[in-house]
Design a protein around this ligand. Structure first.
Ligand code: ZN
Length: 210
């Protein structure tokens, strides 16, 4: 659905007005609030007399308006990973090639969520609908508040969100390993141990107190 499919993409003024009316501008992404397909991308029906009725994704419309005509065979990519985002600015929408799209998908393990390699627990369409529902429910309509809600509803789909690490991270122990433990006996009063042939800081430790 992201591809231009080699057919002309002409937008009427009425199309653009309808597109803009269904866009919610948050402090980060510009989120499509209209129809959503099973792939999690938005859908907008374009009706112009020259090309006939046609269904597009709203992010294609956003890219066309922000970046100019989309080259044949090119794909509109989401760098922000929010499939409903229609913001034609760096960090959000980017026009790339189909092969680039495939490489990106492989690199991300076909992720649908905002985190590379992780699949949103709600599925593609479920994640998009959850985003729309949450944004509709926000009482504070400021861009900053909407962006905060967007970020939290995205985080709710992270499959690792409710998992707690079983073990302490190894780097939490590096301080003691390179510190006290590196000086045998340094932490044990009266028990200084100096190994034969040992070089380094151990040799500078006092053998006897006083
Ligand atoms: Zn975005």
């Amino acid at each position: 659905m992201s591809q231009s499919q080699g057919r002309p993409l002409r937008l009427s003024h009425a199309d653009i007005v309808r597109w803009r009316a269904q866009l919610l501008v948050t402090g980060t992404c510009h989120v499509w609030m209209g129809a959503v397909g099973s792939d999690g991308y938005g859908r907008i029906a374009i009706r112009n007399p020259e090309d006939g009725p046609r269904t597009l994704t709203p992010h294609q419309v956003g890219a066309r308006l922000g970046y100019g005509p989309i080259p044949a065979g090119a794909t509109v990519l989401h760098d922000c990973e929010v499939r409903l985002c229609c913001r034609a600015e760096p960090g959000h929408l980017r026009v790339g090639t189909q092969s680039e799209n495939m490489r990106q998908a492989v690199a991300r393990g076909r992720a649908v969520g905002p985190y590379p390699g992780r699949v949103d627990v709600r599925g593609k369409a479920g994640a998009s609908r959850a985003i729309q529902a949450a944004l509709r429910a926000v009482t504070d309509r400021s861009p900053a508040a909407l962006a905060a809600v967007l970020a939290s509803v995205i985080a709710e789909g992270d499959p690792l969100r409710d998992l707690h690490p079983l073990f302490d991270l190894p780097d939490q122990h590096t301080a003691s390993v390179s510190g006290v433990a590196a000086f045998p006996g340094a932490g044990a009063p009266g028990g200084v141990l100096v190994r034969a042939g040992r070089r380094g800081p151990v040799e500078s430790l006092p053998l006897f107190g006083g």
